[in-house]
Write a protein that binds this ligand. Sequence first.
Ligand SMILES: C[S@@+](CC[C@H](N)C(=O)[O-])C[C@H]1O[C@@H](n2cnc3c(N)ncnc32)[C@H](O)[C@@H]1O
Length: 367
Amino acid sequence: MAAELRAFGCESREIEGGAEFAVPIEALPALLPRLQCASRLLVRVAEGRVDTPAAVAALLAQVPWSVLPEAPARVVLRLSAHGAPPDRIRWLEAELLRGLAARFGAQRTSRGAASGEGTELAIAARLEARVCTLSLDAGGAPLHQRGYRLEAGPAPLRETLAAALLHAAGWQGQGTLWDPMCGSGTIAIEAARSAALRAGRPLPVTRGYAVDTWRIQAAPKLSAAPQLPVAANILAGDLDPGVLEIAQRNAVRAGVADLVTWQCAELAAQDVTAQGQGFVVTNPPYGQRLGGRNAMRRLVQRLGAVLARQCDGWKFAALLWERDLIDQLPLRDAEVREVDNGGLKLWLTAGELTSRPRLHARSRGAR
Ligand SMILES: C[S@@+](CC[C@H](N)C(=O)[O-])C[C@H]1O[C@@H](n2cnc3c(N)ncnc32)[C@H](O)[C@@H]1O
């Protein structure tokens, strides 16, 4: 996320679970559709000690109500806390809900998370000991819900995680990119979307954002760069013809069908030797689904052999279900990071491929 924000000229500071940055509120409608790795965009609007009902009222008075929808269909409050006793948390939630109900009506006000339906005002409150911060959810529905993936195969990857994998590989929207196990096409489509955005090509509007309903004068697009030809060659394959059809329909909805070449084949039969060097970004299937750990190990081994044969010098990133599967991949200077995929621990592995298999395992050890 921080790297992505830098590319838009926004300096950010990495914080636990995210990155914080400052932009004029008017920039948000143009920024939101371009953010690819973030799950939510929260705008901090108020902060203060909350010891008394009057202090909570003063906190709510800091919110810039004049830029928000006057009569939202729904107002939802989500409170998280750290270092505060349960009775203070309950008291604060009740006070905040009371204040919001006084402004918008009790029937429209409840606790809950943003759903992105209709004109909704989603407020996130964070209590740290005695200090509360209020933020407005500028996105609405979680940002991984791009609106193009209306169908999926088994174990689809979150769009935001696919975008983060592409960043980890160093993909900048140019050159050859190959996903040999593409499933519903998420990685290939995210790669194509980022290539199109970087080339200044407009993409179809497939979802709305809460900020679209705010009473602000949207600033012109962040980058008014002229439209350039998309210089990306994206290849995606899968052995399952049904899932490949889904991927193709998703690409049409995303407006990038012309940027991806699909191939229905087992990964060893997908030939990329004529492509020069590029990027391999993929998400191999999970053990149970594949028929157990040994089968998973054999498949990753097979992937490793194919990559060693075809992709010397290519950049690589993948999500692995077990850390020591990295031993099966012909990687030089591999970096491994633990990531959370909806509560499931995965290993984001990135590095450069080499034709000498197991160099990484020998030189660095995988654990
Ligand atoms: C975890 S899914 C990929 C999910 C994908 N990233 C998405 O977002 O939908 C793994 C895919 O690998 C494919 N696959 C499994 N073994 C394969 C093989 N030997 N060659 C090619 N594809 C394979 C499966 O059909 C499945 O679609």
